[in-house]
Design a protein around this ligand. Structure first.
Ligand code: CTP
Length: 413
């Protein structure tokens, strides 16, 4: 995920960032900055143990606010930091959350300000998010696993853990997520769950049709729109499968990605995955034709100046086949097509919607959008034409997912 993609997404949110003791406190400094870049205001609260790893001075400088470390802090007029801080928050995020801190929460202990504040928060409107960070043995210990299960049952959301190198030199589960990953998790947490329980299938990117082992034909699709849609659907609570042609994009968090190369591979994987999906969004720029024969060896120049003759055959139309399939026809699978046009967007989109047999067709001007981070979309369905004006692909993906969710819930209501 490009850090710029997160800018402004938490505008207006006030996050109380709690730090308990652990080497991952250095990541909390980056996390604090990343939250602010995303538009949030951040109030830091640290345990005594956290102060062994990073100073309140550093966290004050980064957050721009005095840090709270003690329930006996006399600055608040009512001398009740634990009440005041928790009631101002849109969420309390504890990163790192140590094994001991989680154990305290599980027992409802209030030995110092941070656990006291978590206990005293109005749980129905101030969510608690925990990003555990600890050695793999501590994480795997039955006591920790019991405590983690308990705090989740009590309403906390656990972010991570990650797998990899640990500060202690060991390798395994228990690492804290990276700062940007945590910000993504917080953004996802605040996203309305309009697709909760839905299985969403997305195709994205170009396909590559081989001519010989070193050459082929493809197109300029970057896959950005499809990846943004997969991410937005996942954040909206869907279980997402992303069938991706050859692109250089990071997999959105929590999304099941299946890489393919040719249209035929994309066809096979998609038709199979569509059996279990509730929504299918076809954003891929699938090559319409492939070379009739793929040469086994590289086609060589023979020196005569003769050029190879290429013959083509048509690729399967994935969207059309799925949309005309039994599940889509029975109303169990809602299909959304994309149209990349170079002119007459609405007329072409309307014609394509009828031809592909889909309830919703999304038009965009292909050559103007390939590879870019922004776009404009036109939605064509039974309701008529809805324009989503020029915006980032991220923003458009969020809007499109909301539009699809509205139609899907309307259909099942
Ligand atoms: N599509 C598909 N399989 C194909 C071709 C297209 O699933 N073999 C899907 C695309 O993912 C998109 C929609 O069909 O959702 C329309 O793609 P587009 O390339 O715009 O349309 P074509 O069917 O290729 O029509 P034309 O070339 O006439 O514009």
């Amino acid at each position: 995920m490009n850090a710029d993609d997160l800018v402004g997404e938490l505008a207006g949110r006030h996050i109380v960032l709690g730090l308990s003791g652990g080497a991952a406190c250095f990541k909390a400094a980056e996390f604090c900055r990343a939250l602010q870049r995303a538009g949030a205001t951040v109030q830091v609260v640290m345990t005594e143990a956290a102060c062994q790893f990073i100073t309140p001075v550093a966290m004050q400088a980064l957050s721009g606010r005095p840090v709270y470390t003690s329930q006996w802090d006399a600055r608040p007029g009512n001398n009740m930091a634990h009440i005041n801080l928790s009631r101002e928050a849109d969420a309390i995020v504890v990163a790192p959350a140590s094994a001991d801190f989680i154990a305290q929460l599980a027992q409802g202990r209030a030995s110092e300000l941070l656990p006291l504040m978590c206990l005293a928060r109005p749980a129905e409107r101030v969510p608690l998010l925990l990003a555990p960070a600890m050695n793999r043995e501590m994480w795997a210990h039955p006591a920790t696993q019991r405590n983690v299960a308990q705090v989740q049952e009590d309403g906390a959301t656990v972010l991570g853990v990650a797998h990899g190198d640990q500060a202690c030199g060991e390798f395994g589960d228990g690492r804290m997520l990276e700062a940007d990953e945590l910000v993504e998790e917080v953004i996802a947490f605040f996203t309305p769950k309009s697709l909760l329980g839905q299985r969403v299938l997305v195709t994205a990117g170009p396909t590559f049709e081989a001519i010989d082992p070193v050459r082929g034909i493809t197109n300029h699709s970057s896959g950005k729109m499809g990846f943004a849609i997969a991410r937005a659907a996942q954040e909206a609570g869907a279980q997402v499968t992303l069938v991706a042609g050859p692109v250089h994009l990071a997999t959105p968090r929590g999304v099941n990605r299946i890489d393919v190369v040719s249209a035929r591979e994309m066809h096979e994987v998609t038709v199979e995955s569509a059996q279990a999906a509730h929504v299918f969004i076809a954003t891929a720029a699938v090559a319409d034709w492939r070379p009739a024969v793929e040469a086994e060896h590289k086609i060589k120049k023979d020196g005569s100046g003769a050029v190879p003759e290429l013959a083509f055959v048509e690729n399967p139309d994935i969207l059309s086949e799925v949309a005309h399939g039994q599940r889509a026809q029975a109303g169990e699978l809602y299909c959304v097509g994309f149209a990349a046009e170079s002119q007459d967007l609405v007329a072409n989109a309307q014609a394509k919607r009828a031809r592909k047999g889909v309830p919703l067709l999304v038009g965009n001007l292909g050559p103007a959008t390939f590879g870019r981070d922004d776009n404009a979309l036109v939605l064509v369905d039974d309701e008529g034409v809805t324009e989503l004006p020029h915006a980032s692909k991220r923003r458009l993906a969020q809007q499109l997912v909301a539009e699809i969710a509205r139609r899907v819930s309307g259909a099942s209501a």
